[in-house]
Design a protein around this ligand. Structure first.
Ligand SMILES: O=C(O)CCC(=O)C(=O)O
Length: 266
């Protein structure tokens, strides 16, 4: 299977609309790949909090339209990263869009863990509640977004739902790049799954982005890693390696669920 992770530079000197069209052209150039992945909130930038409300779109808004067409023009599965979604009945959500090679929406995932503690996304957006998997020929994708990477129980939920390849669009800051790489490898090893983690480059809202998109195999080996700048990271991987790894080293079978809380003896 061939994947292209498009590590977009999100800088303030480019309008959202021109970035959208530039990225669509990059997606179209990936014809021949099986799967193309874009980062989190690449229209606005994940830290451009003031833009969320201004640039929020309905699910089937301009990014949806442009990316559905790019996916079908290229004939690829497209994880189009995430958009600030305006739910007509509710708050904003950080919503990922996944398109089939015919341009149909295969799934939408509203980010479950919102980043920022008491500011930014955590207060401006609502939290998703639903795990999402998508069946592709050859592998089942599980989806997570950026800060979700810090929550291993979400990934265990995806594995229980059949995920073999986890796709993680992100807008991860340079300041915590070491965590990004470490956690991507940890999620791959503990879940015996491929991890395809696609971040942004550039600087927006004064926050330099880490870049360093990374693809890790189910044994924890890094198959490909980008640098800090805009880059298309191409990788070939064999989805059969998930079943082989889980069979040869069946640690997932030894999970013990529903443990008892500690009992105080004093
Ligand atoms: O967890 C982190 O360090 C970064 C998370 C983040 O930037 C995000 O979820 O947008």
């Amino acid at each position: 299977m061939r994947a292209s992770l498009i590590q977009i530079a999100v800088n303030e000197d480019e309008s959202v609309d021109s970035r959208r069209h530039r990225v669509a052209a990059l997606v179209r150039e990936q014809a021949g790949a099986d799967l193309v992945v874009l980062p989190e909130l690449w229209t606005t930038g994940a830290f451009a909090f003031e833009e969320f409300g201004r640039e929020a779109e309905p699910l089937e808004g301009p990014t949806y339209e442009t990316m559905a067409k790019a996916a079908s023009d290229a004939g690829v599965w497209l994880h189009a990263g995430s958009i600030p979604e305006r739910d007509p009945q509710g708050p904003l959500y950080n919503t990922s869009l996944i398109f089939s090679p015919s341009g149909e929406l295969a799934a939408a995932y509203r980010k479950i863990h919102r980043f920022g503690f008491d500011k930014g996304e955590a207060v401006l957006m609502g939290a998703g509640r639903d795990l999402v998997t998508v069946r592709l020929p050859g592998t089942t994708l599980g989806v997570a977004t950026c800060y979700d990477l810090r929550f291993p129980e979400l990934f265990r939920g995806l594995v229980a739902a059949g995920a073999e390849t986890v796709v993680i669009p992100a807008g991860w800051p340079e300041r915590r790049r070491a965590h990004w790489t470490l956690l991507a490898q940890a999620r791959a090893v503990e879940n015996q799954a491929f991890v395809l983690a696609c971040g942004t480059a550039g600087t927006h809202a004064g926050v330099p982005q880490a870049g360093h998109s990374i693809v890790v195999d189910p044994w924890g080996e890094v198959l490909a890693e980008a640098g800090a700048d805009e880059e298309i990271l191409g990788v070939d991987f064999d989805p059969a390696k998930v079943a082989a790894t889980r069979e040869q080293f069946p640690a997932l079978k030894d999970r013990v669920l529903g443990l008892e809380p500690p009992r105080n003896r004093s």
